[in-house]
Design a protein around this ligand. Structure first.
Ligand SMILES: CC(C)(COP(=O)(O)OP(=O)(O)OC[C@H]1O[C@@H](n2cnc3c(N)ncnc32)[C@H](O)[C@@H]1OP(=O)(O)O)[C@@H](O)C(=O)NCCC(=O)NCCS
Length: 179
């Protein structure tokens, strides 16, 4: 797949590098931002460093993965297109609180869906906490449809610790003509 950089109307999307530590730590350590994420809040820069290293390895192995979202040269969040041998491709997103409400998550996710379509992937999925209304809205604006609710499916590590339902959203692409 390998698309080292994607430009959208307002954003530059690119793989993470270790130099991005401070910008990523800033939002990954914000309790309000990570509330509904599937990974624990970063409580040290070491956690962010390990995360960036693993994301770089994913990109190297798969040619895709986490894309940082840059606005005017500053990292404001991330999105992704994640491949797995045993599951459909998956997307997700996180945006620093100071930049919520400007359509950036929608714009970045649309670019991930376009990348999936260009590469002939048949389906992209996203999971979401049932109370994450802003995220549900982003998924709907990007054309994903709500599917199954997986009951008591996972523990969201930044919430109570109880098993929680997971909403599954997905979008399917018609096969490319001639391809
Ligand atoms: C979810 C998130 C990525 C959205 O980022 P964003 O750049 O603000 O998203 P957009 O501006 O593209 O769209 C947000 C939409 O949600 C709506 N919205 C925001 N808060 C809402 C709420 N509490 N209830 C309902 N809708 C809400 C906005 O009005 C907007 O819809 P609109 O364009 O129809 O007005 C951002 O809030 C975030 O980073 N949250 C924390 C991380 C997270 O939860 N990630 C998703 C994990 S599944």
């Amino acid at each position: 797949m390998i698309r080292p950089e994607i430009r959208t109307a307002r954003l530059r999307l690119r793989p993470p590098a270790l130099d991005d530590l401070e910008a990523v730590y800033a939002y990954a350590s914000d309790p309000a931002v990570v509330k509904y994420m599937g990974w624990p809040r970063h409580t040290s820069r070491g956690m962010t460093r390990a995360f960036l290293k693993s994301r770089a390895e994913e990109f190297e192995a798969r040619g895709t993965g986490t894309f940082l979202v840059e606005l005017d040269g500053a990292v404001i969040g991330s999105t992704g297109l994640h491949l797995d041998d045993d599951a459909p491709a998956a997307t997700g997103y996180i945006i620093a609180r100071s930049h919520w409400g400007h359509g950036y998550a929608t714009e970045a996710t649309q670019a991930m869906l376009a990348l999936a379509r260009e590469n002939g992937l048949p389906r992209v999925e996203a999971g979401c906490h049932p109370d994450n209304a802003a995220s549900i809205r982003v998924l709907e604006k990007c054309g994903l449809r709500r599917g199954a609710t997986l009951p008591a499916h996972m523990v969201f590590p930044n919430l109570s610790g109880a098993l929680t339902d997971l909403l599954l959203y997905s979008i399917e692409f018609a096969p490319k003509v001639g391809g």
